[in-house]
Design a protein around this ligand. Sequence first.
Ligand code: SF4
Length: 337
Amino acid sequence: MTAEGLPQLLVGEIGESFHFAPAFPDDRTRPTLKVQDGCNARCAFCVIPRVRGRSRSLAPEKVIEQIHDLAQSGYQEIVLCGINLGSYAKDLDRRLTLRGLLERILAETSIARVRLSSIEVMDVSSELIRLVAREPRLAEHFHIPLQSGCDRILRLMNRRYWAAQYAERLRAIHEQIPHCGIGADVMVGFPGETDEDHRANLRFIESLPFTYLHVFPYSARPGTPAAARPGQLNGRVIRERGQEIRRLMAQKRQAFLADQINRTLSVLTLADTFAEARLALSSNYLKVALPFSALPANVLLEVCVGRVENETLYAYPELQNRSPESPSVPGSTTSSS
Ligand code: SF4
């Protein structure tokens, strides 16, 4: 047990060493379970393979055991994570896959929701998409690093896909899970990135159903091939390009949020409250404010979205019988902003 009385969580048994960490240091309602470490790829900007070594996975039995324990302790949602999560189990047995692990978790534990953290696009198989689409216990959420939507830059980065392949996977997700939360990391200002490459990146992002992006500036990591490349860009250019992508994404996100109005979302209440409201996180990775701060954390419930304001959805529990005397949600008229 930790000092706060929370269960001690084994967050990874990687290689020879066990790594214990206090459970849920940053978010007590959604424990993160690390099932994989290391990476066999060689992206030109990244030091991780050098620092963390080759891909290693936690045995499926250990994963099941830990999730079982977490579910028994009352947790509703767990997040599976890894440095390169999609390569899960390839070091153990080529017949095992991340999808197979998910199927086992669903069959052998009672955990109410499982969310995947970041996964590379080559590992987003049609079978995985179908599984997420049909299984309500899997969060409707994919985070798929993009880095760039320009093929020339992807090749310089030594990424292992073409922009068209990435686009095809995202469209497949959107087709089968129309309200899926879809996010990506985008690296701005890779050495040699031209204005035209940046425009191609913007066009690519605009064309796809992203619901959020993590946009971050390239920064040279000593010892990487990218750090030795010519064409390092100055900070002002990188900043301006990043701002342009963020402005574009803000419009797309606003449209996605507005699309949620009058929809029913499955949410998990979080430890945080906000202006008399209990905050919750939806299956499709949206922050939702519920007008009942007395609602405890760690409750899964269905809510109906009333309005959106400042990137936050405001919603009522779906089964709540609202009488005229019921407490009102701040600004509960149905509108978007
Ligand atoms: S960026 Fe990701 S996929 Fe590429 S080498 Fe680093 S950890 Fe591996």
